[in-house]
Write a protein that binds this ligand. Sequence first.
Ligand code: E4P
Length: 225
Amino acid sequence: MKFIIDDANVEAIKALYEYFPVEGVTTNPSILAKSGRQPYDVLKEIRGIIGQDADLHVQVVSKKAENMITEAAKMRAELGENTFIKVPTTREGLKAMKALAADGVKITATAIYTPMQAFLAAKAGAAYAAPYVNRIDNLGADGIATVKKIHDIFKNNGLKTEVLAASFKNSQQVQELCAYGIGAATIASDVMEGLIKNDSVVAAVEAFTKDFEGLCGEGKTMENC
Ligand code: E4P
Protein backbone atom coordinates (compact mmCIF):
# COMPACT_ATOMS: atom_id res chain seq x y z
CA MET A 1 0.00 0.00 0.00
CA LYS A 2 1.34 3.38 -1.07
CA PHE A 3 1.09 6.07 1.63
CA ILE A 4 0.23 9.57 0.44
CA ILE A 5 -0.15 12.73 2.52
CA ASP A 6 -3.62 14.33 2.49
CA ASP A 7 -2.59 17.87 3.40
CA ALA A 8 -1.46 21.21 1.97
CA ASN A 9 0.45 22.38 5.03
CA VAL A 10 4.01 22.64 3.73
CA GLU A 11 5.63 22.32 7.16
CA ALA A 12 3.67 19.13 7.87
CA ILE A 13 4.56 17.76 4.42
CA LYS A 14 8.28 18.53 4.94
CA ALA A 15 8.24 16.78 8.32
CA LEU A 16 6.42 13.70 7.03
CA TYR A 17 8.74 13.47 4.01
CA GLU A 18 11.72 13.53 6.35
CA TYR A 19 10.47 10.80 8.70
CA PHE A 20 7.85 8.66 6.96
CA PRO A 21 7.93 6.39 3.88
CA VAL A 22 5.47 8.54 1.93
CA GLU A 23 5.07 8.79 -1.83
CA GLY A 24 3.11 11.89 -2.73
CA VAL A 25 0.52 14.45 -1.70
CA THR A 26 -3.21 14.80 -2.30
CA THR A 27 -5.25 17.93 -1.85
CA ASN A 28 -8.85 18.96 -2.37
CA PRO A 29 -10.44 22.44 -2.45
CA SER A 30 -11.23 22.30 1.30
CA ILE A 31 -7.64 21.34 2.14
CA LEU A 32 -6.35 24.23 -0.01
CA ALA A 33 -8.77 26.61 1.70
CA LYS A 34 -7.45 25.46 5.08
CA SER A 35 -3.92 26.45 4.01
CA GLY A 36 -5.16 30.03 3.62
CA ARG A 37 -2.79 30.51 0.66
CA GLN A 38 -3.36 31.02 -3.06
CA PRO A 39 -3.81 27.58 -4.68
CA TYR A 40 -0.97 27.69 -7.20
CA ASP A 41 1.43 29.30 -4.71
CA VAL A 42 1.04 26.48 -2.19
CA LEU A 43 0.81 23.71 -4.81
CA LYS A 44 4.03 24.86 -6.52
CA GLU A 45 5.78 24.90 -3.17
CA ILE A 46 4.52 21.36 -2.49
CA ARG A 47 5.72 20.25 -5.93
CA GLY A 48 9.14 21.70 -5.07
CA ILE A 49 9.27 19.72 -1.81
CA ILE A 50 8.17 16.35 -3.20
CA GLY A 51 9.91 16.62 -6.59
CA GLN A 52 8.68 16.46 -10.18
CA ASP A 53 8.30 12.67 -10.24
CA ALA A 54 6.21 12.27 -7.09
CA ASP A 55 2.45 11.91 -7.23
CA LEU A 56 0.63 15.20 -6.64
CA HIS A 57 -3.17 14.97 -6.79
CA VAL A 58 -5.11 18.20 -7.31
CA GLN A 59 -8.87 18.50 -7.70
CA VAL A 60 -10.90 20.39 -10.30
CA VAL A 61 -13.57 22.74 -8.98
CA SER A 62 -15.83 23.15 -12.04
CA LYS A 63 -19.10 21.23 -12.25
CA LYS A 64 -19.31 20.91 -16.06
CA ALA A 65 -17.11 18.44 -17.93
CA GLU A 66 -15.86 21.01 -20.47
CA ASN A 67 -14.64 23.31 -17.68
CA MET A 68 -13.08 20.43 -15.75
CA ILE A 69 -11.03 19.67 -18.87
CA THR A 70 -9.74 23.23 -19.24
CA GLU A 71 -8.95 23.36 -15.51
CA ALA A 72 -6.97 20.14 -15.89
CA ALA A 73 -4.92 21.64 -18.74
CA LYS A 74 -4.01 24.68 -16.63
CA MET A 75 -3.14 22.49 -13.61
CA ARG A 76 -0.84 20.28 -15.68
CA ALA A 77 0.83 23.31 -17.26
CA GLU A 78 1.50 24.86 -13.83
CA LEU A 79 2.28 21.74 -11.79
CA GLY A 80 3.71 19.26 -14.27
CA GLU A 81 2.38 16.38 -16.31
CA ASN A 82 2.81 13.99 -13.41
CA THR A 83 -0.06 15.74 -11.65
CA PHE A 84 -3.07 13.50 -11.07
CA ILE A 85 -6.25 15.40 -11.85
CA LYS A 86 -8.84 14.65 -9.19
CA VAL A 87 -12.29 14.58 -10.75
CA PRO A 88 -15.42 14.13 -8.62
CA THR A 89 -17.27 11.01 -9.77
CA THR A 90 -20.47 12.70 -10.90
CA ARG A 91 -22.20 12.27 -14.28
CA GLU A 92 -20.25 15.29 -15.63
CA GLY A 93 -17.12 13.95 -13.98
CA LEU A 94 -17.38 10.68 -15.90
CA LYS A 95 -17.63 12.61 -19.16
CA ALA A 96 -14.52 14.60 -18.24
CA MET A 97 -12.65 11.43 -17.22
CA LYS A 98 -13.31 9.79 -20.58
CA ALA A 99 -11.99 12.82 -22.47
CA LEU A 100 -8.98 13.33 -20.18
CA ALA A 101 -8.05 9.64 -20.26
CA ALA A 102 -8.17 9.68 -24.07
CA ASP A 103 -5.55 12.45 -23.92
CA GLY A 104 -3.31 10.45 -21.58
CA VAL A 105 -4.04 12.58 -18.52
CA LYS A 106 -3.63 10.83 -15.15
CA ILE A 107 -6.93 10.83 -13.31
CA THR A 108 -7.94 10.25 -9.71
CA ALA A 109 -11.67 9.75 -9.45
CA THR A 110 -12.76 11.27 -6.17
CA ALA A 111 -15.85 11.77 -3.97
CA ILE A 112 -16.57 8.05 -4.18
CA TYR A 113 -19.20 6.71 -1.79
CA THR A 114 -20.37 3.59 -3.67
CA PRO A 115 -18.76 0.67 -5.49
CA MET A 116 -20.64 1.43 -8.70
CA GLN A 117 -19.23 4.96 -8.81
CA ALA A 118 -15.75 3.44 -8.56
CA PHE A 119 -16.49 0.85 -11.26
CA LEU A 120 -17.75 3.52 -13.68
CA ALA A 121 -14.73 5.74 -12.96
CA ALA A 122 -12.38 2.84 -13.64
CA LYS A 123 -14.14 2.06 -16.92
CA ALA A 124 -13.92 5.77 -17.81
CA GLY A 125 -10.10 5.61 -17.48
CA ALA A 126 -9.24 6.71 -13.94
CA ALA A 127 -5.86 5.53 -12.66
CA TYR A 128 -7.04 5.82 -9.05
CA ALA A 129 -10.46 5.73 -7.42
CA ALA A 130 -10.74 7.44 -4.03
CA PRO A 131 -13.51 6.15 -1.74
CA TYR A 132 -14.08 8.15 1.47
CA VAL A 133 -13.83 5.66 4.35
CA ASN A 134 -14.80 7.86 7.28
CA ARG A 135 -17.46 9.84 5.45
CA ILE A 136 -19.10 6.54 4.39
CA ASP A 137 -19.01 5.40 8.03
CA ASN A 138 -20.65 8.67 9.02
CA LEU A 139 -23.57 7.86 6.71
CA GLY A 140 -24.21 4.71 8.74
CA ALA A 141 -22.66 2.51 6.04
CA ASP A 142 -19.39 0.55 6.24
CA GLY A 143 -16.45 2.47 4.75
CA ILE A 144 -13.93 -0.35 5.09
CA ALA A 145 -16.28 -2.91 3.53
CA THR A 146 -17.01 -0.50 0.66
CA VAL A 147 -13.30 -0.04 -0.07
CA LYS A 148 -12.67 -3.80 0.02
CA LYS A 149 -15.58 -4.39 -2.35
CA ILE A 150 -14.21 -1.78 -4.79
CA HIS A 151 -10.77 -3.43 -4.64
CA ASP A 152 -12.39 -6.82 -5.41
CA ILE A 153 -14.47 -5.40 -8.26
CA PHE A 154 -11.33 -4.00 -9.89
CA LYS A 155 -9.42 -7.26 -9.53
CA ASN A 156 -12.36 -9.46 -10.65
CA ASN A 157 -12.89 -7.35 -13.75
CA GLY A 158 -9.25 -7.10 -14.74
CA LEU A 159 -9.27 -3.31 -14.29
CA LYS A 160 -5.88 -1.66 -13.78
CA THR A 161 -7.34 1.15 -11.64
CA GLU A 162 -6.03 1.16 -8.07
CA VAL A 163 -7.96 2.13 -4.97
CA LEU A 164 -6.68 5.28 -3.27
CA ALA A 165 -8.55 5.01 0.02
CA ALA A 166 -9.22 8.42 1.57
CA SER A 167 -10.90 10.10 4.54
CA PHE A 168 -9.33 8.30 7.50
CA LYS A 169 -9.86 9.22 11.11
CA ASN A 170 -7.79 6.57 12.88
CA SER A 171 -5.02 3.96 12.60
CA GLN A 172 -7.42 1.00 12.71
CA GLN A 173 -9.07 2.05 9.45
CA VAL A 174 -5.66 2.32 7.74
CA GLN A 175 -4.47 -1.01 9.15
CA GLU A 176 -7.59 -2.89 7.96
CA LEU A 177 -7.03 -1.75 4.39
CA CYS A 178 -3.28 -2.30 4.57
CA ALA A 179 -3.93 -5.94 5.55
CA TYR A 180 -6.27 -6.30 2.56
CA GLY A 181 -3.61 -5.11 0.09
CA ILE A 182 -5.35 -1.92 -1.04
CA GLY A 183 -3.20 -0.05 -3.58
CA ALA A 184 -2.86 3.29 -1.81
CA ALA A 185 -4.13 5.38 1.06
CA THR A 186 -4.10 9.13 1.42
CA ILE A 187 -3.82 10.06 5.07
CA ALA A 188 -4.05 13.40 6.88
CA SER A 189 -0.86 14.41 8.73
CA ASP A 190 -2.29 13.93 12.24
CA VAL A 191 -3.61 10.45 11.40
CA MET A 192 -0.24 9.57 9.79
CA GLU A 193 1.61 10.66 12.96
CA GLY A 194 -0.85 8.55 14.97
CA LEU A 195 0.28 5.41 13.13
CA ILE A 196 3.56 5.43 15.08
CA LYS A 197 2.43 7.05 18.36
CA ASN A 198 2.52 4.46 21.15
CA ASP A 199 3.37 5.06 24.82
CA SER A 200 4.40 1.42 25.27
CA VAL A 201 7.06 1.80 22.58
CA VAL A 202 8.37 5.00 24.19
CA ALA A 203 8.52 3.26 27.59
CA ALA A 204 10.33 0.24 26.10
CA VAL A 205 12.97 2.42 24.46
CA GLU A 206 13.42 4.44 27.67
CA ALA A 207 13.97 1.22 29.67
CA PHE A 208 16.61 0.02 27.16
CA THR A 209 18.47 3.34 27.48
CA LYS A 210 18.28 3.31 31.29
CA ASP A 211 19.63 -0.24 31.51
CA PHE A 212 22.48 0.48 29.10
CA GLU A 213 23.45 3.69 30.89
CA GLY A 214 23.41 1.76 34.18
CA LEU A 215 26.00 -0.54 32.65
CA CYS A 216 28.21 1.95 30.75
CA GLY A 217 27.45 5.43 32.08
CA GLU A 218 25.17 8.33 31.16
CA GLY A 219 25.05 9.27 27.47
CA LYS A 220 26.89 6.12 26.41
CA THR A 221 25.78 4.22 23.32
CA MET A 222 27.21 1.35 21.27
CA GLU A 223 29.25 4.04 19.48
CA ASN A 224 31.23 5.21 22.50
CA CYS A 225 31.03 2.61 25.27
C1 E4P B 1 -9.37 12.64 -0.73
O1 E4P B 1 -9.53 12.44 -1.92
C2 E4P B 1 -10.38 13.40 0.03
O2 E4P B 1 -10.38 14.67 -0.51
C3 E4P B 1 -10.09 13.48 1.51
O3 E4P B 1 -9.36 12.38 1.96
C4 E4P B 1 -11.35 13.63 2.34
O4 E4P B 1 -11.02 13.53 3.70
P1 E4P B 1 -11.98 14.07 4.85
O5 E4P B 1 -13.21 13.24 4.82
O6 E4P B 1 -11.19 13.87 6.11
O7 E4P B 1 -12.27 15.49 4.55
